[in-house]
Design a protein around this ligand. Structure first.
Ligand code: CAA
Length: 257
C-alpha cells in the first residue's frame, strides 16, 4: 500500500508505522490520520502481526493537528468532516500499540500518543496540550485521557497553561512507561514489542481489551468482564500449550488459537 504521510515496515511479527511529515514536525493533517487509521486496521487484521509500534522521528513524534489546515475550517465544516470519528476507530484496534516517541509530542500528537497502550519516550520528549494558546482546547481526547493518566490537578495545570512537561516528569506521572536516551527509544520499543509478540496472542488481546474496560466500567462490571474473558481463554489451544510447556519444563510455542 502506497502512503503519502506515513511509512510502514515489518520486523518479525511487529508492524512499525512511522508518521512522515518531517518538514512540519509531523503535524497531523486529515489525510495523515486517514492513512494511519487505515494502516492500523490493516495490521490488526493481518494474522502475521502481533504488536504494532507507532513512532515519528527524533525531532518530533507529532506537533499536533495541522494548524494550516485547521485555520481554514469553520465549526460547521470541521463537524461535517467528522474527523474525530476516524480517530475513534483507533480504540477498536485489538493488538497492542507501543508508542515510541521523541521530541515534540504536542496537542493532537499527545492525544495520539495516549491512544497507545505502552509508551517508550526519549529523554528529549516534551509532552503537552498547548491548544489553549491557540484559543481552543483538545478535541481528540486530550481532556479525558490526560486526566485519567495523570490525575485531575496535573491535567488542569497542563491544559490550562498549555505548557508541556519533559519526559522525566511524564514518567513520574505515569504518562509514559519508560524514558531512555534518544538513541535508544526506538530500540527499546522494539525490544518490548518482541517480548510481547512471544506471548499468546489471544491472551494479549483479551488483556488489552479488559484493561481498557477498567477505565470505562464500574468495578463490579469490570470484574464480570474479566471473569468471562478468563473463561474464554481456558478454551484456547494456547492455554493448553502454555500449561503443558510449564509442566514439561520447556518454552511454550503459542499459535494464537
Ligand atoms: N501545524 C502545522 N505546522 C506546524 C505545526 C502544526 N501543529 N507545528 C509545527 N509546524 C511547522 C511550522 O510551521 C514550521 O513550518 P515552516 O518551516 O514552513 O515555517 C515547521 O513545522 C517547523 O516548526 P518551527 O519552525 O515552529 O520549529 P520550532 O522548533 O521553532 O518550534 C514547536 C517547534 C514549539 C513545536 C512549534 O512549531 C509549535 O509551537 N507548533 C505548534 C504546536 C501546537 O500548538 N500544537 C497544537 C495544535 S492544535 C491540536 O492539536 C488540536 C487537537 O487537539 C486535535
Amino acid at each position: 500500500m502506497a502512503y503519502e504521510f506515513i511509512t510502514v515496515s515489518i520486523e518479525d511479527a511487529i508492524g512499525i508505522v512511522a508518521l512522515n511529515r518531517p518538514k512540519v514536525l509531523n503535524a497531523l493533517n486529515l489525510a495523515l490520520i486517514d492513512e494511519l487509521v487505515a494502516e492500523l486496521e490493516r495490521l490488526d487484521r493481518d494474522p502475521a502481526i502481533r504488536v504494532i509500534i507507532l513512532t515519528g522521528n527524533d525531532r518530533a513524534f507529532a506537533a499536533g493537528a495541522d494548524i494550516n489546515e485547521m485555520a481554514e475550517e469553520s465549526a460547521i465544516s470541521i463537524m461535517q468532516k467528522d474527523q474525530f470519528a476516524v480517530w475513534d476507530r483507533m480504540r477498536l484496534i485489538s493488538k497492542p500499540i507501543i508508542g515510541a516517541v521523541s521530541g515534540f509530542v504536542l496537542g493532537g500528537g499527545c492525544e495520539l500518543m495516549m491512544n497507545c497502550d505502552l509508551i517508550v519516550a526519549s529523554e528529549t520528549a516534551v509532552i503537552g496540550q498547548p491548544e489553549i494558546k491557540l484559543g481552543v482546547m483538545p478535541g481528540a481526547g486530550g481532556t479525558q485521557r490526560l486526566t485519567r493518566a495523570v490525575g485531575l490537578r496535573k491535567a488542569m495545570e497542563m491544559l490550562l497553561t498549555g505548557e508541556p512537561i519533559k519526559a522525566d516528569e511524564a514518567l513520574r506521572y505515569g504518562l509514559v512507561n519508560k524514558v531512555v536516551p534518544v538513541e535508544m527509544y526506538f530500540k527499546e520499543a522494539l525490544q518490548l514489542a518482541k517480548r510481547i509478540a512471544t506471548q499468546p496472542p489471544l491472551a494479549v488481546q483479551a488483556i488489552k481489551k479488559t484493561v481498557h474496560k477498567a477505565e470505562d466500567l464500574p468495578l463490579d462490571e469490570g470484574m464480570d468482564y474479566e471473569r468471562n474473558a478468563f473463561y474464554l481463554l481456558l478454551a484456547s489451544e494456547d492455554r493448553q500449550e502454555g500449561m503443558k510447556a510449564f509442566l514439561e519444563k520447556r518454552n511454550p510455542h503459542f499459535t494464537g488459537r
